[in-house]
Design a protein around this ligand. Structure first.
Ligand code: FAD
Length: 351
């Protein structure tokens, strides 16, 4: 696949030379780098490896899984956990149903929705098994040439979010026959701008909404149902996270997601302020004073859910051996990440 409608025609099939292994037009890439070890990256890697390719994943976080995430917080020797990314998963197709089955996902809050057990991050951990994933690698540049791409990356452990880039020169890995980006589309743009500006240009059409998410623990049960989906106010979704199967039922842990509009409006606020604002909004919903919180934190997902998807299952330039995929190509659901990964792996193998 050479990308979605509107993509500039790909450059002429290149014949690489120099330090890397030369790849010729029509050759199927065997030595592949994937940037981003979320659902899409890991699913794509598994398929490519099943067909004999060697794949190395580069992930900027300490753990793989991406937005299928669980935050652990210890207070006075007691561990609390919050699924602060995806809340529940739904499978419309057999492929994702098999992923959920393999992960032994549990049913919550009804028959049609599934969650990881004992937490959402378990699903990513299961997929990561057997894959070569280099964590803490924030990829900042792709250089080189077709057939011999080099990834430049910083140790993400040394970077403070929003802080300056580290002084030291980035480390390098490669050469790779091909590089697939499975990071949120806005984060793929700067990486593709140098080696594949026509692909970066196409990705500019993808719009992703932010989501401020509060993680709140109360000492006692509060008078609200396990899940609430709302419109028009600060809160878009709130759930008693501790009501999911396999959690500590005695705890009263809540995940409160702000609506996209509210999240945009308050995007640059301090997390501590946002956490309190969302706690107050929850109190309003409860209609009574809530007990003092044990934990009240907020996490900003700058790129949470796609609003305007790519409209094609992935983006791939076979001549360059570069492309991208992820949920944002199709829809705002985890299943879309896996479907996009399948399309991306097929496009890479068709090269
Ligand atoms: C708050 C929230 C609620 C959600 N709720 C639901 C839900 O209820 N149901 C549902 O089905 N889906 C939900 N989703 C969406 C679901 O989580 C995603 O569709 C899915 O996890 C996307 O997977 P992905 O692999 O495409 O991307 P991601 O999970 O975002 O993975 C991309 C990975 O790339 C890494 N990365 C980014 N930049 C770099 C770089 N430069 N170098 C190296 N690594 C990099 C990131 O750290 C990340 O691990 C929700 C998401 C959020 C944020």
């Amino acid at each position: 696949m050479t990308g979605a409608a509107g993509a500039r025609p790909a450059p002429k099939p290149p014949l690489a030379s120099g330090s890397g292994r030369a790849i010729h037009a029509g050759m199927v890439p065997q030595n592949i780098a994937i940037v981003g070890a979320g659902l899409a990256g890991m699913a794509c890697a598994k398929t490519l490896e099943a067909h004999g390719a060697t794949v190395r994943l580069f992930e900027k976080s300490r753990r793989p899984g991406g937005r299928l995430a669980t935050r652990r917080v210890e207070v006075e020797g007691v561990n609390h956990a919050f699924d602060h990314g995806a809340q529940y998963l739904t499978a419309r197709g057999a492929h994702f149903a098999a992923v959920l089955e393999a992960a032994r996902a549990a049913t919550w809050p009804d028959e049609n929705r599934k969650v990881g057990r004992p937490n959402m991050a378990t699903i990513g951990r299961g997929l990561a098994d057997g894959l070569d994933i280099a964590v803490n690698r924030n990829v900042v540049e792709i250089v080189g040439q077709p057939g011999a791409w080099i990834l430049r990356h910083h140790d993400a452990g040394l970077i403070t979010p929003g802080g300056p880039a580290p002084d030291s020169a980035p480390a390098e890995d490669g050469p790779f026959d091909a590089v697939a980006l499975t990071v949120p589309a806005p984060q793929a743009i700067p990486l593709l701008a140098g080696p594949a500006p026509h692909l970066a240009h196409v990705l500019e059409g993808v719009v992703m909404a932010p989501c401020w998410t509060a993680m709140i623990a109360f000492p006692t049960r509060i008078p609200l149902p396990d899940t609430l989906r709302l419109a028009g106010g600060p809160i878009g979704w709130a759930a008693r996270d501790s009501s999911k199967p396999g959690r500590v039922a005695e705890q009263e842990n809540w995940v409160v997601q702000a609506s996209p509009d509210w999240s945009r409006e308050h995007l640059e606020r301090r997390p501590a302020d946002v956490a309190l604002m969302l706690r107050d909004a929850l109190e309003k919903l409860a209609g009574q004073t809530l007990p003092p919180t044990i934990i009240c934190l907020a996490h900003r997902w700058r790129y949470a859910l796609v609003e305007t998807p790519l409209g094609a299952p992935c983006l791939w330039d076979p001549a360059l051996g570069l492309g991208a995929g992820g949920d944002w190509a199709i829809a705002a659901r985890a299943e879309a990440a896996v479907d996009s990964a399948a399309a991306l792996a097929a496009a890479i193998r068709r090269a």
